[in-house]
Design a protein around this ligand. Structure first.
Ligand code: BES
Ligand code: MN
Ligand code: ZN
Length: 495
C-alpha cells in the first residue's frame, strides 16, 4: 500500500475510487466531470449515480489528461454522517468488488464529509484498514475453483494534510485483523492448541515481543484446575501462551492485561452440542487469536505502555477422562467450581487466564471470548457485548471500540444476578441457567478479576459473519483486534 499526496489530475491507476456524497453536485470535486467527458453530470441527472452508501458507478476517463483510466464513484451516503466507521466499510466494500473484477492498480481518494467533524487522518487510517480487510480470502483450502481475484495494489491519496503515518497504521491494523481471521478460519484438525501456539509464535516473531508457552506440566504446577478440567476430555494437551510487550522507558504502571479464549474446537464436551452447526465451533479461539494479533500490532506500532497477553488454549471434547456434570474443579485462584454443564467451558479457562494475567502484574484487564449463545440472542450478529467495572474503564474500552469500528453495547452486571451462579457444594457453579446467560457468564469471570478494572467482550455473535454484507464476506470477521491494539495507546485517558 502506497500513500500519495498527488492531486487527482496526476494519480495513475486502473481505477480511481472517489467517495461520492448523496448531495454532491458534479462540481463537488474539481475537474472530474470534465475528466469523464460529462458522464458524471449525465449520471447524476438520471440518478444512475445517487451517492447511496456502497453503490458504485464506474466512468471512463478516455480522452482526458487524467492518468487514471476509470473513476469509481463510490456512494458514501450523507456527508455529515461520513465517520471513520463508514469510511472503513466503504473502502472494504469497494475493495471487495474491485478484487472480484481483477483490477490490478487502484487508488482511493480520501474525502472528508462536510459537517462530519472527522479529520482527514482518521478517514485515511480507516480507508487503509478497510482496503486491507478486503484482501482476506475465506477459501484457503479450495483446490478446484477459479482462484479468487488478487487484491489490487493500493494507493491512498489524501492531498490536504500528510496522512502517511495514519495510512501505515491502518494498513498494519488491517493486516493484523486478517491474520486473526486466518487463524479463526482454520479447522480444528489443523489448529490444535499446540499448533495455535506455534502459529502465534510465528505471528509475534521479529516484533520484539517476548513469547512463552506453558505446557500441561507447568499449567498443573500453577494449579490451573479449571483449564486442566476442560482439557481432560481431549488427547491434545492444553497450552497457555504468554506474550509480553515491555518497551524501554515504559512506566511501571499501568500494565494492560489481555486475555483471550482459545478453545480450538468446542464440541460441548460430555454436555455435547447438537450436530447442526457444530462445525462453526472451530472459531471458538477467535478471542485468543484477536489477542495474539493485537499484540503484534501493539509492538509494531510501539505502544508506550507494558502489555501482557494470556491465551489459555485447549479443545473441549467428550472422552473417557472428560470432566462430567457435577465434577468440582479448583481454580488457580483458589475458588472451587461445580461444573453443571461442560459446554460452559470458556469461562473456566478464562478464569484461570485472568488470574494468571493478574499474577504477572496486569493492572487493567480486558478479556475477549466467543462466550455465550445468549449474547447472540440479546444483540445479534452486529454488536459485541461489553461488560465491565468500574464504569470509567468500561467507558474507555467502549469509546476505543467505537472508533476502531468494533460495535459494542454495554450489558449490566447487577450483583443480584450473582445468586444464579451460587453452588450448594462449592463456591460457584459454571452456569446460571437460561435467564440472562451472557450476564451470569460475565459475573463468573468477574470472580477471577480480583477487583481490578476489568472489561469482558463477548464476541460470540460478531466473530463470524453468517451472511455476507457489502463490506464483510461470510466467515471470520477479525473483531476486537483493532480495539485491543488501539486501547494500548489511550492510557492517558485511564484513571
Ligand atoms: N462457544 C460457545 C458459545 C457460542 C455459541 C459461540 C454460539 C458462538 C456461537 C460456548 O462455549 C458455549 O457453549 N456456551 C453455552 C453456555 C451454556 C451451556 C451455559 C451456550 O451459550 O449455550
Ligand atoms: Mn461451549
Ligand atoms: Zn465455547
Amino acid at each position: 500500500m502506497v500513500y500519495s499526496r498527488s492531486p487527482l489530475t496526476a494519480v495513475d491507476a486502473d481505477v480511481l475510487i472517489l467517495p461520492w456524497f448523496d448531495d454532491d453536485a458534479a462540481s463537488a470535486v474539481a475537474g472530474v466531470d470534465a475528466a469523464t467527458g460529462g458522464e458524471l453530470q449525465r449520471a447524476l441527472g438520471t440518478k444512475e449515480l445517487s451517492g447511496r452508501l456502497y453503490e458504485v458507478f464506474l466512468a471512463a476517463t478516455a480522452g482526458s489528461s487524467w492518468p487514471a483510466k476509470r473513476i469509481a464513484f463510490a456512494g458514501a451516503g450523507r456527508a455529515s454522517a461520513f465517520t471513520g466507521d463508514i469510511a472503513r466499510k466503504l473502502a472494504a466494500a469497494v475493495g471487495l468488488s474491485l478484487k472480484q473484477r481483477r483490477v490490478s492498480r487502484a487508488a482511493f481518494a480520501v474525502r472528508v464529509g462536510t459537517g462530519s467533524g472527522v479529520d482527514e487522518k482518521e478517514i485515511s487510517q480507516a480507508v487503509a484498514e478497510g482496503l486491507t480487510l478486503s484482501e482476506f480470502n475465506v477459501g484457503s483450502y479450495k483446490t478446484s475453483d477459479v482462484p479468487p481475484g488478487r487484491a489490487p495494489a493500493w494507493t491512498v491519496v489524501s492531498a490536504t494534510t500528510d496522512c502517511s503515518s495514519a495510512v501505515q497504521r491502518g494498513r498494519l491494523l488491517g493486516e493484523c485483523s486478517n491474520l486473526a481471521r486466518e487463524m479463526a478460519n482454520e479447522p480444528g484438525n489443523t489448529l490444535t492448541p499446540r499448533e495455535f501456539a506455534k502459529r502465534s509464535e510465528g505471528i509475534v516473531a521479529g516484533t520484539g515481543l517476548s513469547f512463552d508457552v506453558l505446557d500441561e506440566k507447568q499449567i498443573e504446577a500453577l494449579g490451573m484446575g479449571m483449564l486442566l478440567g476442560v482439557a481432560k476430555g481431549s488427547s491434545e494437551p492444553p497450552r497457555v501462551m504468554v506474550i509480553r510487550h515491555d518497551p524501554p522507558g515504559a512506566p511501571a504502571t499501568p500494565v494492560l492485561g489481555l486475555v483471550g479464549k482459545g478453545i480450538t474446537f468446542d464440541t460441548g464436551g460430555i454436555s455435547i452440542k447438537p450436530a447442526e452447526g457444530m462445525e462453526r465451533m472451530k472459531d471458538d479461539m477467535a478471542g485468543g487469536a484477536a489477542v495474539v494479533c493485537a499484540m503484534r500490532a501493539i509492538a509494531a506500532l510501539k505502544a508506550p505502555i507494558k502489555v501482557i497477553a494470556v491465551v489459555p488454549t485447549t479443545e473441549n471434547m467428550p472422552g473417557g477422562r472428560a470432566v462430567k456434570p457435577g465434577d468440582i474443579l479448583k481454580s488457580a485462584e483458589g475458588k472451587t467450581v461445580e461444573v453443571i454443564n461442560t459446554d460452559a467451558e470458556g469461562r473456566l479457562i478464562l478464569g484461570d487466564g485472568l488470574w494468571y494475567a493478574r499474577k504477572l502484574g496486569a493492572t487493567h484487564l480486558v478479556d475477549v471470548a466467543t462466550l455465550t449463545g445468549a449474547i447472540v440472542t440479546a444483540l445479534g450478529k452486529i454488536t459485541s457485548g461489553l461488560f465491565g467495572t468500574p464504569q470509567t474503564w468500561a467507558d474507555v474500552v467502549h469509546r476505543v471500540a467505537d472508533r476502531a469500528g468494533d460495535r459494542v453495547w454495554q450489558m449490566p452486571l447487577f450483583d443480584d444476578y450473582r445468586d444464579q451462579i451460587k453452588s450448594d457444594i462449592a463456591d460457584l457453579m459454571n452456569t446460571g441457567g437460561r435467564a440472562a446467560g451472557s450476564v451470569t457468564a460475565a459475573l463468573f469471570l468477574k470472580e477471577f478479576a480480583g477487583g481490578l478494572p476489568w472489561v469482558h467482550l463477548d464476541i460470540a455473535g460478531t466473530a463470524w459473519a453468517e451472511d455476507s454484507k457489502p463490506y464483510l464476506p461470510k466467515g471470520p470477521s477479525g473483531v476486537a483486534v483493532r480495539t485491543l491494539a488501539e486501547l494500548a495507546f489511550t492510557s492517558a485517558e485511564w484513571s
